[in-house]
Design a protein around this ligand. Structure first.
Ligand code: DGL
Length: 263
């Protein structure tokens, strides 16, 4: 059986990319809710409805585990999803915890969608760590739109980030957390703007490490798959999936993964 990856759009492809590296022997369904992206500027109730519909379709297709590769959907729906389905469901949350563990003296900047930052799950995460005074949050919803349009040209992205960050003293941050999976495409843009010693981190590796562990513990791992991916867009299976594969290719530094996903 396949592993399901879900996001409002193309952001979760960055997490799938990590899964292809760590778990090349699995097969995958990638579901983008393209009719409803972006989630981050919508209401909680709306997003919850979209997420449930998408997961229902994925469950009908048959998945053995689900990665909600979307921080926004995780904060809204993960607990309720776990109550409804029996397969393991892994979510994503802004990597504040690893940021705090890594760096205790300098401030942490969490970049995410407006909905993620507003949600109780994030608020609790920050206050539970007892480091609320060290953590600032900034919503960058336009980056989601840029990613959906495959706009990665630094000439467009740089001025946007510069404007959004203009009120911040960037030297005070030891870590920048990419708390939205769409933002992982812009890692270089962040690296360029912050001082050299600033860590730019995301939750992908941690999530996929946890997925690997979960599959092994439940004896659900597959070594015989070929990293095949079947793409869905808001309920419809995509046959012309070049657009999605272009995102994988954009992230790909390694030939072996490119080749794997060219088939
Ligand atoms: N990729 C998503 C996240 O990680 C949501 C982006 C959006 O739809 O606004 O939060």
């Amino acid at each position: 059986m396949r592993i399901g990856f879900f996001d409002s759009g193309v952001g979760g492809i960055s997490v799938l990319h990590e899964a292809l590296k760590q778990l090349p022997g699995e097969n995958y369904i990638y579901y983008a809710d393209s009719d409803h992206v972006p989630y981050g500027t919508k209401s909680k109730e709306e997003v919850k409805q979209f997420v449930f519909k998408a997961v229902e379709i994925m469950a009908e297709e048959g998945i053995k585990a689900l990665v909600v590769a979307c921080n926004t959907a995780t904060s809204i729906a993960i607990n309720d999803l776990r109550q409804q389905y029996r397969f393991p469901i892994l979510g994503m949350e802004p990597a504040v915890k690893p940021a705090v563990e890594k760096n205790c003296s300098k401030r942490i900047l969490v970049t995410a969608t407006p909905l993620t930052l507003r949600e109780e799950k994030y608020q609790n995460l920050v206050s539970r760590l007892g480091h609320a005074y060290l953590v600032d949050g900034i919503a960058l919803p336009e980056l989601v739109e840029y990613a959906e349009k495959f706009i990665f040209d630094p000439k467009e992205i740089r001025p946007y980030l510069q404007t959004k960050l203009s009120g911040y003293d960037l030297t005070q941050y030891g870590t920048v957390v990419l708390g939205c999976t769409h933002f992982q495409f812009y890692r270089d843009g962040f690296t360029e703007l912050f001082p050299k010693d600033t860590d730019i981190i995301d939750g992908s590796t941690g999530t996929i490490n946890y997925l690997r562990k979960t599959l092994a513990e439940r004896k659900m791992a597959n070594q015989e798959g070929q990293g095949q991916i079947c793409f869905y867009s808001s309920g419809k299976k995509i046959d012309q999936d070049q657009r999605y594969r272009d995102y994988l290719r954009y992230l790909d530094a390694s030939m072996s993964i490119s080749e794997l996903n060219m088939q």
